[in-house]
Design a protein around this ligand. Sequence first.
Ligand code: COI
Length: 354
Amino acid sequence: MEIRIEKTGDPRQKPSDESKLGFGTYFTDHMFMMNYDEGQGWHDPRIVPYGPIELEPSAMCLHYAQEVFEGMKAYKAKDGRILLFRPEKNMQRLNSSNDRLCIPFIDEDFGVEAVKALVEIDRDWIPTSEGTSLYIRPFIFAMDPQVGVHPAKHLLFMIILSPVGAYYPEGLNPIKIYVENNYVRSVYGGMGYTKTGGNYASSLKAQAESEKIGFTQVLWLDGIERKYIEEVGTMNVFFALDGEIVTPELSGSILPGVTRMSVIDMLKSWGYNVTERKISIEEVAEAARDGRLLEAFGTGTAAVISPIGLLKNGQDEIVINNGKIGDIAQRLYDTLTGIQWGELPDEFGWTVAL
Ligand code: COI
């Protein structure tokens, strides 16, 4: 399919100070759109000036949240190349989310081509300061003007771009996490493994309550026994114990992060013993008491590598590595961002140049 391109005649003001980008508040000059209509399939791919879209008040996405999204990034290397990080993995996961949400599959190769075409057009928006990147947000939602509950027959696939800095104001400084014992994010059989807005909507109340008492994010426990660790608000989570690095296994209620799978590969290539298994909050607390909990950190596209300095579990405060970033998290951050920025050899073949 050929992508029709309509360039803006009225470019938007670019943010002048890259140190104040924050996360996801600026958007570039153009956006990608493609419609799905039953009987016709996906059609009319186009890149048009960024701006508001028309939606019927009865559009099904507004009522029943039939919506999926992805998050990926583009980086401008010093030699001028523009690099994407494992974009095919994001498109595979988009289709996995589509499957669960009854959304017609997109052609994964075409999805990557659409991302490349859009990033190419707005390449001047890619920030270059350390710790910045161009965040890419593909998303699909139901358009049918109807308030009956059924899978949509008319959908829109869009991609928007946002120059971003660090997701957390803490940057690479360790964050404080609240272990959530009241609310749950997802259960096996639900949608926890998909990237759909509903998972994030269900997290807002816990997130807001934990922020009010001084925490950056919550750590979710499994919804059945309220015992096993699942993930942190916007990241997967790893615990470096003496002799073993553990991350919760993909049980169906946990997001299969692209950064998570890359971190597992990097750690294994460095000779670490990495296990994907159930790990309870009690096991982590006990390891901390015994001096066997060396580091904890989160991984995600938005969050990159985010060290955890404190876990508050009920009355118990688990301080990790004296609240400082550990060697493993620092090495992962340096190596991952080095590969993403084209400054280190890409031994895994993860980056894709435009
Ligand atoms: C990402 O890491 O890309 C995410 O989608 C997390 C978030 C900003 C919802």
